[in-house]
Design a protein around this ligand. Structure first.
Ligand SMILES: [Zn+2]
Length: 484
């Protein structure tokens, strides 16, 4: 007996045969997909515990956000009218001074709000890099979602010493890796060539040797000063830096690569590493003169490129489908049309992202034996009908608001837009309360018209920290590259 049966759906399986069923049924038993098949008339009278009539609806695998930071989710709206340079200075001031004062309740509320938004946007798995990973794991558990969480390691950014950060990361891995029925796994997450000392890279290499099953998740080549920063760690360039510590292989996830070139793309392909592309944050703020990531070369060498929202609270969007659309628009603008097909985009949001995270045996497609992570999307609306090219509809026309139902691990977390796994009002109340506290402590003012940063923000809040020296040395490039 199935626990869940969805019938009469257009089922986009994302399996190896790219199979789409016009009138399909998906059965779920004990959290696993037990069958995907054409709808049999008897399915409509099924006595499964839960039956969803998906006539006029599309079922796709849950979306996977391949790169995101979460712990400052409550700053949404504060930064969205700022310029790139201003944004980065204000963001750094928050990162650097707010964390000890704001305390756990702030970050807990941030994670819960982020989980709620992730869920309502159909993002069933997130690959997160954060300073508050334990709170993240617990929020992910409560929400019913799935996550890979890396404690962000960056001793040029976080005042804690490299050794203390490494010890904390080890504790996180020991306590949280492969917990909550496997919905939470850990990664090793050094911030990147700009944020880490040699001692930290050495420690990362030790962690990697001790936990070979984990992904290494980092930022790379996100500023034009990347080579200089790698040279500061005794390497020729950022990829050489990873190579020196034996960190560049098929378990490595490289975020941004804005300033990488064709040769770098070939080296990434040779290592079978994966690229996590986050187009909006860079195009929205355009900090400094920007180059774009080398998509044609990455595709020429068949590198797995997937999509992430990065810091969605900076530009006020949690919609991963929109993020993929931005990726296509910006790449087409830079390199000419047809850089990706619509079906490529769907793969990037599902099975290719699962492959990057090492989860493709479990999620990313709708196939018997996989965990049941899926979305029901309403396409039977005047806004979307009539259509013929379904992948184009799903990547160009559908928005997160069309996602009706979200299932993770066979559990129905949202049904017909109603969230079941979280107390929505409590999450909203905590977010409002903590946001008020943030504003009171930092001096940020808000109104319906926008926001105003604190008067004497940077120098007062950032004095006598190692970061200030780094800023003087690298200026905007350092800021751009350390937490984008
Ligand atoms: Zn990032």
């Amino acid at each position: 007996m199935a626990d869940l049966l969805i019938h009469d759906a257009i089922v986009v399986t994302m399996n190896q045969e790219n199979q789409v069923l016009k009138d399909g049924s998906v059965r779920v038993t004990d959290g696993f997909i037990s069958s995907v098949a054409p709808t049999d008339p008897s399915d409509r009278d099924s006595t499964a515990d839960r039956v969803i009539d998906a006539s006029g609806k599309v079922v796709i695998p849950g979306l996977i956000d391949a790169h995101r930071h979460t712990d400052f989710a409550l700053v949404q709206g504060l930064f969205s009218e700022l310029g790139g340079g201003e944004l980065l200075k204000e963001a750094f001031a928050l990162y650097h001074t707010a964390e000890p004062a704001l305390g756990e309740s702030f970050f807990e509320a941030a994670w819960q709000l982020a989980c709620l938004r992730q869920l309502t946007h159909g993002v069933t798995t997130v690959n997160a890099m954060d300073f508050t990973p334990e709170l993240g794991a617990e929020s992910i558990d409560e929400s019913g979602l799935r996550a890979v969480i890396g404690p962000e390691l960056a001793d040029f950014l976080n005042p804690a010493s490299a050794d203390d950060q490494l010890a904390a990361a080890r504790r996180f891995i020991e306590s949280y890796h492969d917990t909550y029925e496997g919905r939470v796994t850990a990664s090793i997450a050094p911030g990147g060539e700009a944020g880490c000392s040699r001692r930290l890279w050495e420690g990362v290499a030790e962690l990697r040797a001790d936990y070979p099953d984990l992904r290494l998740h980092t930022h790379l080549y996100d500023s034009s000063e990347a080579d200089t920063m790698a040279a500061g760690s005794g390497a020729d360039d950022p990829l050489d830096l990873l190579d020196q510590y034996d960190l560049l292989d098929e378990r490595t996830l490289l975020t941004h690569l804005l300033h990488a070139d064709r040769d770098d793309a070939r080296r990434i392909a040779d290592a079978s590493a994966h690229v996590l592309h986050c187009p909006t944050v860079y195009s929205y703020f355009q900090a400094g003169s920007q180059s774009w990531f080398p998509l044609p070369a990455l595709r020429e060498f068949d590198v797995n490129v997937v999509i992430g929202l990065d810091d969605p609270f900076w530009f006020d969007s949690w919609d991963l489908i929109q993020e993929a659309k931005h990726a296509r628009l910006l790449s087409n603008f830079e390199y000419g049309s047809q850089q990706w097909s619509s079906y490529d985009m769907l793969r990037m949001l599902t099975i290719d992202a699962a492959h990057a995270l090492g989860l493709d045996d479990h999620v990313g497609s709708l196939e018997p034996g996989k965990r049941a992570d899926l979305l029901v999307i309403d396409v039977d609306t005047p806004r979307l009908q009539p259509f013929s090219n379904l992948p184009s509809v799903l990547t160009n026309s559908v928005t997160a608001g069309d996602i009706e139902t979200v299932v993770v691990d066979g559990e129905v977390l949202m049904v017909e837009h109603s969230v079941k796994s979280m107390d929505v009002e409590a999450v909203r109340a905590a977010a409002r309360r903590e946001r008020k506290r943030l504003q009171a402590r930092t001096g940020w003012e808000t109104s319906l018209a926008g926001t105003t940063p604190p008067e004497k923000s940077i120098l007062r809040r950032m004095s006598a920290r190692p970061l200030l020296r780094a800023m003087g040395q690298y200026g905007r490039g350092f800021l751009t590259s350390s937490r984008g």
